[in-house]
Every structure is written in structure tokens, then in C-alpha cells.
Design a protein. Structure first.
Length: 434
């Protein structure tokens, strides 16, 4: 197949490239970035020989997993800075300095490895932040950067809806990102990448402005076949007499998650519909603010805060809920959207960031984000439509399940990365080794 990007067959077998992967976060059975690092490694090693540099504190859990489920073809290299420097890793601000120094440390280690192994591809995998540096392009071999995110910011008109702490956070975040963009090593990563992988459209624009010439888009969100199968077993019954419609939001209660917007939209729906309910699963700094808002809106009997509950309990809630609400204002990932679609729930999100890449008009509602008032009104209309139209909920749920299988399985992401590697390695190097 020509579209298979010059995959070379000889004597009935496929060439395996030598790939060095930088994965600061890489750990099985974890969410967020450790999950991204681990699952990409599991998929890439299906096609290539890997050397993965990761944190030393990941060693115990990785080696325990490898004893039970070996990954032939991958070698893990564990690296940490001296103990006295790990002090800087504490807290949200210190981790950036530690990460910067860690990246320099693994570059020095990678230099020596490259002299012996002669890697075909060097791949920076995690952290998934475009504005954090990597020194690996200095190795002067084919360089793949990403998936990287972090380019999404709250639209200006929505900042006024935040608490004073939220406003301060957004101002500080924007300043820090702009400052990091002037880091010469961040710009070097963009300019010297053979392929840069952006997780959202906003990030794609950012890294192009930094000098990346070949940018592709790929969500870092993925699910294994077993996870998809397990969620698909949740039955979403098509009942015309299903009178109660339950909306649910899942995640940390942070200002930029936008739950204050969906809560106001729900209050508007309650003015015309009685058989609706809104569940919040999670916890965080904004919980008290949301609870006060519920009392002010007079919908205390319609809203339930379940707190942070175990995963099995979350899945039990998905069996009874009908619609996921995820009005995040800057979210590069949002695993919960894919998880909800796999469970057969329509998703209502904003047309921003990672959720906008996952959700389509066939699987839910993507609300344009022009102003808070417009979002609240459009979101209320979407909620009302889904509450009264059980057939639409069912169709969108089934379409969501199909979309997850086709576009968000880890297996397909592994195939995609394999194709990218075949593009960046010169064909004369992409030959069998004895």
C-alpha cells in the first residue's frame, strides 16, 4: 500500500527502526500523562525497537507490570537528578525547574547511547507541553516532537466569570507560557522537528509560529480495546417512557472546567422541565462556589454533588446517567469525553480544545464559545433537546461508541505513529540490518 508510507517489506518481514523515546511521565495504571506515556510505548514497540528514558520513581511499578506482561523489544532507562535537586520538584512551580534540568540530564545520557546504538528516530513523548524544552534535537537524527498541547487558553470574554483566584491563575498562566516561548530550546524543538504532533488546533498554530514546518494533529487521548469493550457493555436502553434525564459532569472542580456555565444553563432548563437532574462527580477548589451557586439558583433539589468516588462507582453512575456535560474552556485532553462516548452517552462540550476534536455533531453538541451569555443559552437549548428527545440521545450514544472504536483506540494510534516514523527516516536508512 502506497499510503502505508514507504513501509518496507523484505523476505516477508517488516523493518524495525531503532527509536529513543523521552517519556518523563510513563506509568501503567495511571491517568493523565503517565497513561499517555505508557500506552504510546506499548503501541510503538509493536513496530519498532525502543529505548525509553523515564523517571527512576516509575521503575518499581513498570518492572512489576513487565513481570506479568512482558514487552519484548523495549528497554527502559531510569534516570533522576541527584537527591538534593529533587527538592525543587515539590510544588507546581518547582517541577518546571526540575523538569528542565532533567531534560538536560537525559540529553547527556542519550548522547552516549546514540554513539553506541545509532538511533533512527528520537521521539519526545511526555510531558505533553509545547512550551517546555527538550534538548534531544541536538542528537542530529530524525526527531519527532509530541503529542504536545498547552496552546489553548480561556477566551477573553469568559475570564470575567471566574473567581479572583481563577483570574489571577489565567493571567499568570498566559504570562508564563509567553515567557517560555522565548526559550531558545523550545524554539529549537519546533524548528528541528521532522514532524511535530499537536493535540489541538490552537497548539498547532502555536508551534507553527515557533518554526515547526510539518505539523499533524492527533489527540493524546486513547483507550485500549479491553477498556472500550468494558464500557460498551453498559446498556443504554432506548425507552420512550424514560421520563428522568440525568446530566453528569466528571472531573476536578477547577475554574476553567466551566461547570459554573453548565450549572446556569441547567437552571434555565429547570424553568420548563421537571424531570431533569444534574450530578457532579469529583472535587476541587471550586466546589463551595458551585454549591453556593446552586442555592442561589434555587435548584438544590435537582443537583447532587457525589464527591470523588472510586472508578467502579463512576461506571455505575454512567449506567443511569444520560448526557455528559463537559464545558471546559481550555482542555487539551478530556479523557472523560471519550470514556462517556464509549459508554453510549451524548456529550455536550464547548467547541474548544481537545473535546472539540473528540465530539462531532453525530455524537453530541459542540457549543461555540463567543460569550458567557451565548454559551449558557446555547447549552440550555442543547440540554433541553436531549432531555425531551430520547431517540436522539440513543442515536448519538451509539454513534459515539462507533467513533471511539474508529478513532480513539490505542492500537490505531500506534499504527499512526509507525507511519510517521516511516516518513521521517530516509528510505536508504530504512533497510534491514543483519
Amino acid at each position: 500500500m502506497v499510503a502505508w508510507c514507504n513501509r518496507i517489506f523484505k523476505e516477508g518481514w517488516v523493518i524495525r527502526l531503532k527509536v529513543l523515546v523521552s517519556a518523563y511521565a510513563c506509568e501503567p495504571y495511571k491517568g493523565s500523562e503517565p497513561n499517555v506515556g505508557w500506552n504510546f510505548v506499548k503501541q510503538i514497540v509493536r513496530f519498532h525497537d525502543l529505548w525509553v528514558i523515564t523517571r527512576a520513581n516509575n521503575r518499581k511499578v513498570i518492572e512489576k507490570e513487565l513481570q506479568q506482561n512482558p514487552l519484548p523489544g523495549v528497554t527502559f532507562i531510569y534516570f533522576d537528578l541527584p537527591y538534593w535537586l529533587r527538592f525543587y520538584k515539590r510544588g507546581n512551580s518547582g517541577i518546571y525547574l526540575y523538569y528542565y534540568l532533567w531534560q538536560w540530564g537525559i540529553y547527556r545520557k542519550a548522547q552516549k547511547m546514540h554513539q553506541k546504538v545509532r538511533f533512527d528516530v528520537v521521539h519526545h513523548l511526555t510531558f505533553v507541553n509545547y512550551w517546555m524544552p527538550t534538548f534531544l534535537p541536538l542528537l542530529k537524527t530524525s526527531f519527532v516532537w509530541g503529542p504536545v498541547g498547552g496552546g489553548d487558553i480561556t477566551p477573553n470574554s469568559f475570564i470575567r466569570t471566574y473567581s479572583w483566584r481563577g483570574k489571577l491563575y489565567e493571567i499568570s498562566r498566559r504570562f508564563a507560557i509567553k515567557l517560555f516561548e522565548y526559550d531558545p530550546f523550545v524554539r529549537m524543538a519546533a524548528r528541528q522537528s521532522n514532524i511535530a504532533i499537536a493535540v489541538t488546533e490552537a497548539t498547532s498554530h502555536k508551534i507553527k509560529s515557533l518554526g515547526a514546518k510539518h505539523v499533524v494533529q492527533l489527540s493524546q487521548i486513547g483507550m485500549t480495546g479491553n477498556e472500550i469493550d468494558r464500557l460498551s457493555q453498559i446498556e443504554r436502553l432506548k425507552k420512550s417512557d424514560d421520563s428522568l434525564c440525568q446530566f453528569v459532569s466528571i472531573g476536578n472542580f477547577l475554574h476553567w472546567k466551566g461547570f459554573h456555565l453548565s450549572l446556569q444553563a441547567f437552571a434555565n432548563v429547570c424553568e420548563t422541565l421537571k424531570d431533569v437532574e444534574y450530578l457532579f462527580i469529583g472535587n476541587g477548589a471550586e466546589r463551595k462556589r458551585l454549591e453556593r451557586r446552586v442555592l442561589k439558583l434555587g435548584i438544590r433539589d435537582r443537583v447532587k454533588f457525589l464527591g470523588k468516588i472510586p472508578r467502579h462507582a463512576v461506571l455505575e453512575q454512567l449506567e443511569t446517567c444520560n448526557v455528559l456535560m463537559h464545558p471546559s474552556l481550555h482542555d487539551s485532553g478530556a479523557f472523560v469525553c471519550s470514556e462517556a462516548m464509549a459508554a453510549g452517552l451524548p456529550v455536550v462540550c464547548l467547541d474548544l480544545g481537545g473535546p472539540a476534536l473528540q465530539v462531532t455533531s453525530e455524537t453530541g453538541f459542540k457549543i461555540p464559545a463567543h460569550s458567557p451569555e451565548q454559551v449558557i443559552a446555547d447549552m440550555a437549548m442543547a440540554m433541553h433537546t436531549l432531555a425531551v428527545d430520547t431517540d436522539l440521545r440513543y442515536r448519538m450514544g451509539e454513534n459515539g461508541r462507533q467513533r471511539v472504536r474508529e478513532h480513539f483506540s490505542w492500537e490505531k494510534k500506534g499504527e499512526f505513529i509507525d507511519q510517521l516514523y516511516r516518513q521521517v527516516v530516509p528510505q536508504h536508512e530504512n533497510t534491514p540490518r543483519s
